[in-house]
Design a protein around this ligand. Structure first.
Ligand SMILES: Nc1ncnc2c1ncn2[C@@H]1O[C@H](COP(=O)(O)OP(=O)(O)OP(=O)(O)O)[C@@H](O)[C@H]1O
Length: 342
């Protein structure tokens, strides 16, 4: 199937907002997103549970309408051009449910047929995907018998059947073990590189956003709080040089000395001193020599490169991992009711 190629950005949102009402309470799931994503970008939405990532994806894939604001995907408005958007995109949601008695290959063919491919084209396309995505071992088994990792690979192939220009993946590697997660990430990178499609995925794995995406959009409470390459987000923070001392008095003296390091931030916690500074790994030799000369040599030294979690902590005052475990998602049973209208 061919689509006319539009020349603007793959995705544009203006004040994109979605509220839900459940039990008379309003949840502001997405609050005024203004985004532009270029054709061919690989973008990760990163944020804790409930940040609004899935809701954003569901609006961009036309599954639910925005409460206000607008969005266009592949040049089509998600509300007025819903059909065109659907033709242009692929969407792999969170878990497609098991229990299919079909073979993986047949499921790919059905999916192609559902997207309007002829029987012959659907078969040809399924065969091609099986080859490209190394799915031979998966394609000729019943879908219900596949492991989680195999199932996710098949899901991704399903999202690609009709050569979408924009592919959305909602938490593609959730629930997979590290090995399968690494395989899946390689697969996503390869298909992005080979197809030139725009790929937008959501994740709460910092490592995944870091390793995979050219651009990381950090969302929290329905808003974008940072938007850049992982490398630039992290380099803004500087390295962490953590020094341990024999006593709190030594730590305080060392901290006073370290305050003089230009463009740095110093935090003291009892016998430990944290120095945040660009190029900490290069500076550490000098720092140690200075402290030794002042008679307060540290007893312990660690240098850490910042992680995306440090970025999140810096931006929100909370660790992404903490935000993850403390904010429980709302009761599932209330979600379906308010979705019926959509
Ligand atoms: N249909 C719905 N009815 C009521 N509230 C909803 C509905 N869908 C989402 N929400 C709420 O909107 C907020 C954002 O949810 P969303 O699923 O978009 O977050 P998320 O960032 O994708 O989180 P997760 O990582 O858990 O998927 C949450 O508070 C959620 O409970």
């Amino acid at each position: 199937m061919t689509h006319h190629q539009h020349s603007g950005p793959a995705i544009v949102t203006r004040g994109l907002t979605r509220h839900f009402t459940s039990r008379k309470q309003t949840v502001e799931a997405v609050q005024g997103l203004d985004l532009e994503i270029g054709q061919g970008e690989l973008v990760a939405f990163l944020g804790p549970n409930g940040a609004g990532k899935s809701t954003t994806l569901r609006m961009l894939t036309t599954l639910i309408p925005p409460t206000s604001g607008s969005a266009s995907v592949a040049g089509h408005d998600v509300v007025t051009g819903q059909r065109d958007v659907r033709h242009a995109i692929g969407f792999v949601g969170q878990g497609n449910g098991a229990g299919h008695r079909q073979l993986g290959r047949d499921e790919l063919v059905s999916q192609g047929r559902a997207h309007g491919l002829s029987r012959a084209d659907a078969h040809r396309r399924a065969a091609q995907l099986v080859e490209d995505l190394d799915l031979a071992a998966v394609a000729d088994r019943k879908v219900s018998s596949l492991s989680g990792g195999q199932r996710r690979r098949l899901d991704i192939a399903m999202g690609l059947v009709h050569l979408p220009r924009v592919l959305f993946l909602d938490e593609p590697s959730t629930g997979l073990d590290p090995q399968n997660r690494a395989n899946l990430q390689q697969l996503i990178q390869r298909l992005h590189a080979e197809s030139g499609s725009t790929v937008v995925l959501t994740t709460h794995y910092l490592e995944e956003a870091d390793a995979l995406a050219g651009r990381v959009i950090v969302v929290d409470h329905g808003r974008v709080i940072a938007d850049d390459t992982a490398a630039r987000l992290k380099s803004g923070l500087g390295d962490l040089v953590r020094l341990g001392f024999g006593s709190a008095a030594d730590a305080a003296r060392a901290a006073a000395r370290l305050e003089r390091v230009p463009d740095s931030r110093v935090d003291v916690d009892e016998t430990s001193v944290d120095l945040r500074v660009k190029d900490g790994s290069t500076l550490v030799g000098e720092v140690l020599a200075d402290l030794a000369a002042d008679g307060v040599p540290p007893t312990r030294v660690e240098v850490a490169r910042p992680t995306l979690d440090d970025v999140f902590l810096d931006l929100t005052g909370r660790s992404l991992r903490e935000a993850q475990s403390t904010e429980s998602p709302t009761d599932e049973s209330t979600r379906t009711e308010s979705e019926v209208a959509a």
